[in-house]
Design a protein around this ligand. Sequence first.
Ligand SMILES: [Zn+2]
Length: 289
Amino acid sequence: MRYTISFLLATCLVSAARADVPRVVTDFGPVQSLVQQVMGDLGTPVMLLSAGGDPHDFQLRPSQAATLAEADLIFWDGPELTPSLAEAIASLAETARSVALLHEGGGKVRTFADGEGIDPHAWLDPANAQAWLGTIAAELSARDPENSAAYAANAAAARAALAALDATLAAQLAPVRDKPFVVFHDALGYFADHYGLNVAGAVELGDASTPGAAQLSSLRALLADARAVCIFPEAGRDPKFIATVAEGSPVRIGAGQDVEAITLPPGPGLYAALLTGLADTLTACLSAD
Ligand SMILES: [Zn+2]
């Protein structure tokens, strides 16, 4: 009988603790992955962007606005990545705490290569992700102090795993550090800064447009001037334009890069898969022959 009572008591305590776990909403895969690692089995953060969605083009649907309205805590990259989300989040300031990790996560912020504006792709610097994990744990603990030990332990484990991955990737990328390459959109700055890689430029063309002759020749000049070894298309986008740019040049076309993790299955493992995938596409092309 005593066993039963203490068992029931323990069950009640566990459900009481779980009942206080905040409802957490995130913007897209990389942030959801980091938050999921900190929440562990206490809960699953919702991801607003559906699989395959490009965060740059994100428009909030009514069902997603409803999900957002029920949140206690919102973790997202920031208004520079998803401007439409910024307005919706601002309107929820009374009911939910929101944390724009790009600005409030404690990591580094850089400007785009052309100097025009803040580059929102900050999740691609694993040092930023390390800082964000700590911020996420602190925010969850402030909202849910009963589970703060679990959040802190999960964040510490995630940071240790990420430090190990970072060391592996640094060793993998070291031999290709001086090889110039061109990317599709200017998204790799944080990753390149962290690992000391040589991004020569970005193609930066809107999805639907067809390259004009002037643009084509300036991109071909960029490849030649930079002596670019590789040019990388993007996962989930038509690589035809990249092939046109590369025509008649010795530049190699690498495998598609997925900087926004739109083709990766969501979950705690997504973040490591994202960094590993980027490092693998880079070394596979840049170190060939
Ligand atoms: Zn981007």
